[in-house]
Design a binder for this molecule. Structure first.
Ligand SMILES: [Zn+2]
Ligand SMILES: [Zn+2]
Length: 265
C-alpha cells in the first residue's frame, strides 16, 4: 500500500502549497493514506515567542479544522489523518499528551532536531549532521532514547539525522545507531526511513541519509521500519524517485518494512 505519514504544511514557514494540493497530489499518485504531521506548536513559556520553524498556537485550531475538512471531503478517495511532528521538550510534552488523549490528533511522530525548546538560543544547535561534535551526538542520543521511552510517538522520524550530510561513519556513529535501534526494538518503536534525505543529498552534492550503515544495523537488530517522505511541497507526493530508492535500500538490506501504523486511539 502506498502511504505517507510525514507531510508538512505551509504553516511551518518552510513548506509550500495549500493543504488540499498535498491531498490532490497524493490521490493523483495512487496513495491510499496521507497523514499530515506538520511541526507542532508549543505552549511557549515566553508568551510572545514566535518560532520560525513551527506553526503557532493560534494557527493550530485552523490546522486541525482544515485537515479534518479534507478528511471528509476526500473520504471516498483517500484516508487522511492529522498528526504532528514533535521534539522531546519535556516541559511541553504534557500539552502533546493532552492533544493525543483528547483525540485532537490521530498520532505524533518524533522529529528529534533540537535538545531544547526553540526559545533557548545558546547551546542548542540543530542535530542534523551533529556526528562530529561529541557533546551534541550524546545529547542527540539522550533525547532520542527519552523520546522513545515517552510512549507518545507512533513513528521515530529520521533516526539517522545525525549524519545528514556526511557519508563517513565511524565508531561513535555505529554505537549511537546500535543503541537507538536496540531501544526502539525493545519499545516496539517504528523507525522511519526518511527519503527526503535523498533530495537533500543531491542538493549538497554528497551522500548522507538515509545512511546505509545505520539501516544495516536496523536490519541486524530487526527493527520495524516505515518509509516517510517528509513532504514539504505537494510535488514530493507526485514523484516516486526517492520513494523507490528507499524501497530498494529496504529490500537490499531485508528491512522489516510496514506501510501502516497502529494508531494510539
Ligand atoms: Zn523532521
Ligand atoms: Zn518533517
Amino acid at each position: 500500500m502506498k502511504t505517507n505519514y510525514h507531510t508538512h504544511t505551509s504553516r511551518c514557514h518552510h513548506a509550500l502549497g495549500t493543504d488540499e494540493a498535498y491531498v490532490q497530489a497524493a490521490i493523483n499518485n495512487g496513495y491510499s493514506l496521507l497523514g499530515f504531521s506538520d511541526h507542532t506548536p508549543w505552549p511557549y513559556r515566553q508568551r510572545d515567542f514566535v518560532s520560525r520553524i513551527r506553526m503557532s498556537m493560534e494557527e493550530y485550531p485552523g490546522y486541525l479544522a482544515s485537515i479534518r475538512r479534507l478528511q471528509k471531503k476526500f473520504c471516498d478517495q483517500i484516508e487522511i489523518l492529522v498528526g504532528v511532528e514533535a521534539e522531546y521538550f519535556p516541559e511541553y510534552l504534557g500539552w502533546l499528551e493532552q492533544q493525543l488523549s483528547r483525540g485532537n490528533l490521530d498520532y505524533a511522530i518524533f522529529g528529534n532536531h533540537y535538545r531544547q525548546s526553540d526559545e533557548v538560543r545558546q547551546n542548542n544547535p540543530y542535530f542534523g549532521n551533529c556526528r562530529h561534535r561529541e557533546e551534541d551526538l550524546q545529547a542527540y542520543l539522550d533525547c532520542m532514547l527519552k523520546g522513545m521511552e515517552s510512549g507518545l510517538f507512533s513513528i521515530i522520524a529520521h533516526p539517522d539525522l545525525f549524519c545528514r550530510s556526511d557519508p563517513s561513519f565511524d565508531e561513535p556513529c555505529r554505537s549511537v545507531s546500535r543503541m537507538i535501534c536496540e531501544r526502539a526494538k525493545d519499545l516496539n518503536c517504528v523507525l522511519e526511513l526518511n527519503v527526503s534525505g535523498y533530495a537533500y543529498a543531491r542538493k549538497m552534492g554528497q551522500a548522507g541519509t538515509p545512511h546505509p550503515e545505520f539501516w544495516k544495523i536496523a536490519a541486524e537488530v530487526g527493527n520495524t521500519v516505515i518509509l516517510g517522505l517528509d513532504a514539504h511541497h505537494p510535488g514530493a507526493l507526485q514523484e516516486d524517485q526517492d520513494r523507490e530508492a528507499g524501497l530498494q535500500l529496504a529490500k537490499r538490506l531485508k528491512l522489516k518494512l510496514i506501510d501502516q501504523i497502529p494508531l494510539l486511539r
